[in-house]
Ligand binder design. Sequence first.
Ligand code: SF4
Length: 280
Amino acid sequence: MEVVTAEVAGMCFGVRDALAALAEIDHPERVTIFGELVHNPIVSDRLARRGFVTTGENDRERLPETDIVLITAHGVSDRERNRLRSAGKTLVDTTCPLVVNAHRAAIALRDRGFHLLVVGRPGHVEVRGIVEDLPSFDVIERVEDVQTYPHYKLGIICQTTARASDVAAIRTAVAERNPSAEIEFVDTVCRPTKEHQRSLENLLTRVDAMVVVGGPNSNNTRELVKLCEERGVRAIRVQSAAELDPEWFQGARLVGLTAGTSTLDETIAEVREALQSINM
Ligand code: SF4
């Protein structure tokens, strides 16, 4: 069985920079990571073993006990940042600059009187960080969710890990269902996400199956799996090489390999090696 790896796969610069910032911290036990640093359980376990205190994604109402709080690459709202600072917390901010761009785009539209439409997953930590600073918004996950909105000015932005084709379809549906609205669109899908998706598309016409390495809560991993399925290619999501079952590859001659933006290089290498050792 032959294995071909997508040209762009795995960790993005935003996650690498966040991990580099954590590596510099000398006293992890004095720092609370505010939510999952990355949606990758392997990385989360390592950080917990180093002694970092962690707050669950859905447990952020409670104030962390440590004086230092680390904001993850997914970012938080200004409201949340102010709440933490007012409680005397020192913030170490690893928000990815491309998430900051999405926040800035939303705020600029808000300040010009637009009702915000955020293309993304409702409840996702990045989306929550964006919408918490908005007085008027809707989050749209699927084209079927698009409505006729009671607002004349509609500003559309995207979760950084949304899929370009979903964004395009939702944008069209918003225009169709709101023909008299003034609509402004800012493309805030990040470049690494687009490159991962494009590299995957380049493989999909050639492979018999695709292995996607990433955590179950990783939005961009989920989008890569969805893209495979929509193109009729069997997608197998695993978190590590240990999860691979050779039986899944019966009859496959060429298997593709890609990974979400929070997957470690070493995990991709281990999965590639394990796949190459399968003789079918
Ligand atoms: S996926 Fe994009 S926005 Fe998110 S951390 Fe990586 S580069 Fe930044």
